[in-house]
Design a protein around this ligand. Sequence first.
Ligand code: MN
Length: 222
Amino acid sequence: MDSRTDTPMNHVLPPLPYGFAALEPIIDAETLRLHHDAHHASYVANLNRTLEPFPELQGHSAIWLLLHPEAVPEAIRETVRNNAGGHLNHSLFWLTMSPDGPREPQGNLARAIARDFGNFEKFKTEFAEAGEAHFASGWVWLTKSTKASSRLRICTTAGHDNPVTNGEVPILLNDVWEHAYYLKHQNRRRDYLRNWWMVADWAEASQRFEIPCLKDPCATGA
Ligand code: MN
């Protein structure tokens, strides 16, 4: 971390909502500690450092920065996109998992999954296959259309892109960067994706489905 006291700290690393060992054995404590304390922390630090010479951008959330690339100077646009995306996606991701959440969707979200994928088992298979097939680093998502239909869709994004920039609402997401699984699963991304359902929190997913747009998961220190 930057030791200077005048460094703006608009973006802050949210604490993990559970202990590092809480998602064992699916996600081991060492992976979770590195993922949160090193990887996610670096996106937050990089974002603050990149925005340091631009006070007019410092009051904005990570979501806002991603939705308004034209407001970000071209020289830092890609760095902001990567690090604001990394911060937003990981903040969402920690909340998408829990040691004891419901492991199946309920209510309206369960009905929408049955409507759009046939049934829950088919959805899980399609989601895991999309994550397996994604080339290199990225994320796999379940999203909701902001149109009246609220139609659900599975998609993947490269790097730390977030489908919110395409006008969709993220409902569920999984990280398929190697840093998310490599210590425990090595190259077996399939095993990681297929076991991940045992830590997915469908209460959180259902809350996201019920509201019209994405609730900002990022805390700010401003
Ligand atoms: Mn990650």
